[in-house]
Design a protein around this ligand. Structure first.
Ligand SMILES: Cc1cc2nc3c(=O)[nH]c(=O)nc-3n(C[C@H](O)[C@H](O)[C@H](O)COP(=O)(O)O)c2cc1C
Length: 234
């Protein structure tokens, strides 16, 4: 099967999506599309290299929005029907809102629009499914109540990208989620994978529901179900 997998900038469902992507990429040709935010968060959560590892070659490219200009010529492949399936997992509130309102000004929203024109099925895993409290996972975080603001910060010294401002915060755009800081801090002041509660907004869930009205689009509520879908498809 020839698949395209789009990663957008959601921390929620990100690790789960990467785990399923790896399974799919072992068996099928997968082109990876990354929104700018998708690339950033994959790096922050230490997952970028895991995705990149399976790319390389014709129809197995890593297509980064960062490298694209405004017209996204690569998405012409979708309007020409060159793929069996486009998967967007995870899909941010932002990407979902744009898709349901016919906006196609990012790599991923443009791919979905072109897929519709080429009658290529799009499978979307939105992050916002039910209004109300939901748990989500953070990238590495400096806990200031545990930080002793040491004269020489061992965590900062261990960081390969100088992402840590001692006694203050982690600059997430520099962070590659390698976890070296967590191991180096003797006070366990850096925590990776912390679970927090957030509130899922009504507008985002309403947009998710609108996805069901789009032609050639199918919504699933968990990345794990992608495998079942692919098995039934092939
Ligand atoms: C660490 C981190 C985690 C994020 N997680 C989410 C998320 O779970 N859901 C979401 O809708 N946006 C999330 N965002 C915000 C999006 O990345 C942001 O809205 C971005 O503009 C989305 O762009 P995209 O839809 O083109 O990928 C997160 C941002 C950061 C820095």
């Amino acid at each position: 099967m020839r698949v395209a997998w789009a990663f957008t900038g959601a921390g929620h469902f990100l690790k789960e999506s990467v785990m399923i992507y790896e399974k799919v990429a072992k068996k099928h040709d997968v082109t990876v599309l990354m929104s700018k935010a998708g690339e950033e968060v994959l790096k922050m959560y230490g997952l970028y290299d895991r995705v990149k590892k399976f790319t390389g070659g014709y129809y197995k490219e890593l297509v980064r929005e960062k490298d694209q200009e405004y017209s996204f010529p690569i998405t012409g492949r979708f309007s020409l029907g060159r793929y069996d399936l486009l998967i967007v997992s995870p899909a941010t509130a932002n990407t979902v809102a744009k898709i349901v309102h016919g906006i196609a000004d990012t790599l991923v929203t443009n791919a979905v629009a072109q897929a519709g024109k080429g009658r290529v099925k799009t499978l979307i895993v939105p992050v916002d499914i039910k209004v109300g409290k939901n748990e989500t996972v953070l990238p590495s975080k400096l806990e200031l109540d545990l930080c002793k603001n040491c004269e020489t910060c061992k965590a900062a010294a261990a960081c390969p990208t100088d992402a840590i401002i001692p006694g203050r915060e982690i600059e997430l755009l520099k962070c590659i989620g390698c976890g070296s800081c967590e191991k180096a801090c003797p006070y366990n002041a850096i925590v990776g994978g912390k679970i927090i509660e957030i509130y899922v907004r009504k507008i985002d869930v309403e947009n998710t529901k609108l996805l069901n009205k789009l032609e050639c689009v199918e919504v699933i509520d968990n990345p794990k179900k992608i495998l079942d879908y692919i098995t039934s498809f092939s």
